[in-house]
Design a protein around this ligand. Structure first.
Ligand SMILES: [Zn+2]
Length: 360
């Protein structure tokens, strides 16, 4: 049913197109051209999200993947050998998430060629997923009629359904002290770096409990060796599967910053923003049942899993489209060792066909 060599060609052609987050125009044009060739009328928005309707019968289903990749992703040279596709070792491969895009394109072609009855498919190929779900957030979600969605963007062999994902808070802090000559009159200064160090030392970070994590990922401050540092900036985050725990952890981090600043008579400007909200499904939920049925039809055993990360599914769920990420075969993503077995790529395309055919 799936044309494996066409699928591999689509995938390798796609990853050869440079598509770092924020520069997805060429990849979007490739996708739009392929959709047009299938007789669809794709729309490309200002961000280069591509959406299209593949008409069918029954309840519509949203299918999503993203075109952007993390660095290093310029000049990807895919190597097809020994049943896998990998990069030449100097870049990531981009299977995250162009394997998802290629699988959707192949599944649509297969459905059309074989004239198979299927439900309407609403295609949403997003951008800037890797930098905070920016494309999905900018997408006009009102255009979709689907009550259910599948996000082709999780690692591991085909069969896993992500049924739970955390809520994610972003924390940005600027500590303002007072500059002074470090050798002549340091007592006139207030070191923002010292304030940051005390604040971070007072924070509990890393794994807080089974459902909660926290991190300070970037710290930047100071102007020169001999100046008491006036300014220091911190970029951090907290995630939890539970809102109450997330609130407690986020507040503790903010308080640590404010306390250290107060102690040193510095100023702390702390900003907390919500990156995305959690979702949680049970095996009884309709989307989980339908995706499980499709997985069984491609001869795999459905496995329900919890993720510590977010995906476009978090955005769709927040807008009332019950959506789950599924594993599509890629491994070691966000590293130059990223690869995808060809058998898994084919299985993913087959799974999309079965998702389209599951009676809704
Ligand atoms: Zn991804």
């Amino acid at each position: 049913m799936i044309n494996e060599s066409r699928l591999i060609t689509t995938f390798t052609d796609l990853v050869k197109i440079d598509s770092p987050s924020g520069s997805e125009k060429a990849a979007a044009e490739f996708v739009a051209a392929r959709l047009r060739a299938l007789g669809l009328e794709p729309k490309v928005d200002a961000l280069y999200n591509v959406t299209a309707l593949f008409p069918g019968e029954g309840a519509p289903l949203l299918l999503n993947a993203h075109t952007d990749s993390v660095a290093p992703c310029l000049g990807i040279q895919p190597v097809v050998a020994n049943g896998v596709v990998k990069s030449d070792g100097t870049t990531i491969l981009g299977a995250d998430d162009r394997a998802g895009v290629a699988a959707i394109l192949e599944a649509l072609a297969a459905l059309r060629e074989q004239n198979l009855a299927h439900r309407p498919l609403e295609i949403a190929i997003t951008v800037q997923e890797e930098v905070g779900l920016v494309g999905a957030q900018g997408l006009d979600l009102a255009q979709f009629k689907s009550k259910m969605g599948v996000v082709l963007d999780s690692h591991g062999p085909v069969g896993t359904i992500i049924v739970q994902s955390p809520t994610h808070n972003l924390i940005e802090a600027t500590l303002i002290g007072k500059a002074a000559h470090a050798g002549v009159e340091p007592e006139k200064g207030i070191s923002a770096i010292v304030v940051a160090a005390e604040a971070i030392a007072a924070m509990k970070l890393g794994r807080i409990d089974a459902e909660t994590t926290a991190n300070i990922g970037v710290i930047q401050g100071g102007a020169a060796r001999n100046i008491v540092a006036e300014k220091c900036q911190l970029t951090g985050e907290a995630r939890s599967q539970r809102e109450s725990k997330l609130k407690r952890q986020t507040n503790a981090m903010v308080r640590a910053l404010e306390r250290a600043a107060k102690k040193h008579r510095a100023k702390a400007k702390v900003q907390v923003t919500r990156a995305y909200n959690q979702f949680r499904f049970t095996p009884r939920d309709e989307v989980v049942r339908q995706v499980s049925a499709a997985i069984e039809r491609v001869a795999r055993k459905p496995k329900l899993d919890v993720s510590g990360g977010g995906s476009d599914a978090n955005i769709f769920n927040a807008h009332g489209i019950a959506s789950v990420p599924i594993s599509i075969g890629y491994e070691e993503i966000h590293t130059t060792a990223e690869f995808i077995p060809i058998a898994e790529l084919g299985k993913t395309a087959q799974l999309v066909v079965e998702l389209a055919r599951v009676a809704a």
